[in-house]
Write a protein that binds this ligand. Structure first.
Ligand code: RET
Length: 133
């Protein structure tokens, strides 16, 4: 499968506002969050992943093993607990986040030296592009 390991910097973000609204993120946080250029540091060892999303305002850390359901707290985001599971769909990493919000999850994939992240919540889709540092 693909190798996501490395440091990635945000270059483009489409409809992050819609995604945050669907999550119920408050106005003040949204105004700050949409100005951010987060950096992702991904460590991949076999089927084990850790993903650190860092910004000047707030950061988010998640760790998982492919196919193993885990409790996700979404601390610093919307704080809703989810039962999350990540699987491979060919070379894409697909996460389903089961909880109060319908259709919640994300997909990561790589094209060239760019990392793509599609964030989904209810009827909103945000697409972000990160470039290898
Ligand atoms: C920030 C800033 C504070 C407000 C929000 C944020 C969103 C973070 C997100 C992180 C997603 C991480 C994933 C990790 C696994 O690959 C930038 C922390 C809402 C949506 C999908």
């Amino acid at each position: 499968p693909a190798d996501f390991s490395g440091t990635w910097n945000l270059t483009n973000s489409d409809n992050f506002e819609g995604y945050m609204l669907a999550l119920g993120i408050d106005f003040a946080t949204r105004k700050i969050a949409k100005m951010l250029k987060p950096q992702k540091v991904i460590e991949q060892e076999g089927d084990s992943f850790s993903i650190q999303t860092t910004s000047t305002f707030r950061s988010y850390f998640v760790q998982f093993k492919i196919g193993e359901e885990f409790e996700e707290d979404n601390k610093g985001l919307d704080h809703r607990k989810c039962k999350s599971v990540v699987t491979w769909d060919n070379d894409k990493l697909v996460c389903v986040q089961t909880g109060d919000k319908k259709n919640r999850g994300w997909t990561h994939w790589i094209e060239g030296d760019q990392l793509y992240l599609e964030l989904r919540c209810e009827d909103q889709v945000c697409t972000q592009v990160y470039k290898r540092a």
